[in-house]
Design a protein around this ligand. Structure first.
Ligand SMILES: [Zn+2]
Length: 252
């Protein structure tokens, strides 16, 4: 099978996983079970049938409306599905040709966790421990076969300590969830990509903050969650971190 054909299949698999992530994003911060009951329309509570629950496709066929009550379905659902598909297909194209299966599995899990963190923190201003604790452990476990457990553990501890310091100095500007998320990113990305990711997160956060205030979406006093910026920094570092480092340091 050609790389393009396999990447399309991985994209489709990613949209199915993304459909599950939508459930996690909605239910995890509300303390609801992520396995049952089946999905319902949040407006009329009609159970959504499997044929109306096909990632991306159903949204297009239904033109973004519930089949029963015609209430609009959030654009968030197809966006998360498309993002999950796109991220996994991108990682597949990057790692599959060289048979780098461990980095592929590690970055795929990491990317999907970041998608969940991005939207939950955006909606609820929390980064759930249910993501960061298992994420930290998974990042360290994946470091073992890559022969970098000790450096990854040190980077995880360093990133966590840095954010703890920022939290103390800023007096609550940075939350406990951000500290654990930074540690988890350190475990997955190791050195030097974690530094790239955190730097990108600060730039993204500053730009987003200025834009949101300029567009009057947030006032100067509103807290702006940092998790989405960390997630964005992690994803950019995952794909472009090595290239950015080579470009910055002028290494051919
Ligand atoms: Zn409905």
């Amino acid at each position: 099978m050609s790389l393009a054909a396999s990447a399309v299949m991985v994209f489709i698999l990613g949209t199915i996983l993304g459909s599950f992530l939508n459930v996690v994003i909605y239910r995890l911060p509300r303390g609801l079970s992520i396995v049952r009951p089946g999905s319902r329309c949040p407006h009329c509570h009609t159970l959504i049938r499997p044929r109306d629950n096909i990632p991306l496709v159903s949204f297009l066929i239904l033109r973004g409306r519930c089949r029963a009550c015609r209430a609009p379905i959030s654009w968030r659902y197809p966006l998360v599905e498309a993002a999950s598909g796109g991220l996994l297909a991108g990682l597949w194209i990057r790692f599959a040709p060289t048979g780098a299966w461990v980095p592929l599995a590690a970055t795929a899990l990491f990317a999907l966790m970041l998608v969940v963190v991005f939207f939950i923190d955006l909606d609820h201003q929390i980064v759930p421990n249910a993501i960061t604790y298992p994420g930290l452990v998974a990042g360290l476990l994946f470091a073992i076969p890559q022969g970098r457990l000790v450096p990854s553990a040190l980077v995880a501890a360093g990133a966590g300590a840095l954010f703890l310091m920022i939290a103390v100095v800023s007096g609550g500007g940075m939350g406990g969830g951000d500290i654990k998320l930074a540690a988890m990113m350190g475990a997955f990305l190791g050195w030097p990509l974690t530094a790239v990711a955190l730097l990108l997160a600060f730039v993204t956060g500053a730009v987003a903050g200025v834009l949101l205030i300029a567009l009057k979406r947030r006032s100067r006093k509103d807290p702006i969650p940092f998790g989405p910026s960390l997630a964005a920094g992690g994803v950019i570092a995952m794909f472009a971190g090595q290239s950015l480092l080579r470009w910055y340091f002028g290494i051919p």
